[in-house]
Design a protein around this ligand. Structure first.
Ligand SMILES: *Cc1c(COP(=O)(O)O)cnc(C)c1O
Length: 396
């Protein structure tokens, strides 16, 4: 591993130097008014990043996984029914967490590489006339397969069925990188973490709750203490936490969210799309296919690239680390050994991405795959030259 090279894993992502510095601060008294000057801008900025006017934002010392748990335990009771599709490792893990909490999960098995089946959701919701289903889970961006699902379509499915279930969205690898519309999509709980689109170290779970989700907290019987949003809400009302907050990380979040909003969310999304498109052009030049089944599903934050039958894709990742000091993502679960992943989210420029593509080419050539050095890089270069970055400097 070299600390000079960028990483190309789908989280944790590369940290801009000024964000690292913002996290590294002297001890403050978190009960002093200074903490409010960090907390309140974080809450306001995160709400803007979620594209929400009213969402109640919560920030926990945790990770995305703790955010899942915050969503479930604050709104549900043992035995409640949850509807979820399993189309990759992350949707699988959220389902597993539901089951371990004693929830009854109605699982729609979905091929890995496909998006969330909004049509199936609609049929199931329409058939649930007694409204047993309390929550619908939706993984916006399945990081294991590089598949982006259509959350607006899931909302339409709920509305078409006239079903009152809450809509929970895992936006861990999309929020702050790809378009996310909390209010417009009628999201009830959105979950993310600090180490992906927010370009921070791991350590924060970041959530938005709708009024309807807040109302559900009063009846919810699943045990929770550390993640109880009612305690956190009381803490915020007094400009504090119910316990000691991770001040440095939150100071970093304040800056990171300022940077995203200063660049402009639409510019941030356009930058991710451009960089991702260069990666896709490269994969196509290599003659390799993406795990995502069709272009409408292509993720702008991670590409899972299939390698030829009989070749162990994980070898590329191992070789890149040992030979070139570069990190790519391995295939997980069902697609382990079949794909390697290139993460392209967070603080990234064309030039950084080209170095990652060049490294992937060296690895594939070293390992005997039939790859012409420079072929993928050239395809990405052509794309980047004809679609110049507008906000490249700010992204650095
Ligand atoms: C990374 C990720 C998670 C897990 O987040 P942690 O911060 O590692 O707990 C959950 N869902 C998705 C889609 C992710 O990409």
């Amino acid at each position: 591993m070299s600390f000079q090279n960028p990483v190309f894993i789908p989280g944790p992502t590369n940290m801009p130097e000024e964000i690292r510095k913002a996290c590294d601060m002297a001890t403050i008294d978190h009960r002093s008014p200074v903490f409010a000057t960090i907390l309140n801008p974080c809450l306001d900025n995160v709400r803007k990043v979620l594209k929400s006017e009213r969402a109640q934002v919560f920030i926990y010392p945790s990770t995305g996984t703790g955010g899942w748990e915050t969503a479930l335990t604050n709104t549900l009771s043992p035995g409640d029914t949850v509807l979820a599709a399993r189309n990759g490792m992350f949707s699988h893990r959220w389902i597993d967490m539901c089951q371990r909490h004693g929830l009854d999960v109605q699982i729609v098995e979905t091929p890995w590489g496909e998006g969330l089946p909004a049509d199936r959701y609609e049929e199931i919701l329409a058939a649930d006339t007694n409204h047993k289903i309390k929550v619908v889970l939706a993984t916006h961006n399945e990081t294991a397969t590089g598949v982006k699902s259509d959350i607006a379509a899931v909302r339409r499915a709920l509305d078409a069925a006239g079903h009152p279930a809450l809509l929970f969205v895992d936006g861990v690898s999309s929020i702050g990188s790809m378009d996310f519309r909390f209010d417009e999509w009628g999201v009830d709980v959105a979950v993310t973490g600090s180490q992906k689109g927010f370009m921070l170290p791991a350590g924060l779970a970041i959530l938005g709750f709708s009024e309807k989700a807040m109302a559900a907290t009063a009846q919810a019987k699943l045990p929770r203490t550390f993640f109880d949003v009612r305690d956190m809400e009381k803490g915020y009302a007094a400009n504090g936490f119910p316990y000691t907050p991770p001040v440095g990380l939150m100071n970093g979040l304040k800056l990171a969210s300022d940077m995203l909003l200063d660049e402009g969310l639409e510019n941030v999304f356009a930058r991710h799309h451009r960089i991702a498109e260069g990666v896709r052009r490269a994969a196509s030049a290599w003659g390799l296919e993406l795990c995502a089944a069709s272009p409408d599903l292509y993720s702008d934050t991670v590409s899972a690239i299939r390698t030829p039958e009989g070749f162990n894709a994980t070898d590329i990742v191992t070789h890149a680390a040992s030979q070139y000091g570069v990190a790519f993502g391995v295939g997980l679960g069902e697609v382990a050994g079949k794909v390697f992943r290139i993460g392209h989210l967070g603080s990234l420029t064309d030039v950084m991405m080209l170095s990652g593509l060049a490294t992937a080419e060296m690895c594939m050539a070293d390992l005997g795959l039939d790859i012409t050095l420079g072929s993928g890089v050239a395809a990405a270069q052509e794309f980047y030259r004809s679609n110049p970055a507008r906000a490249a400097l700010k992204a650095a």
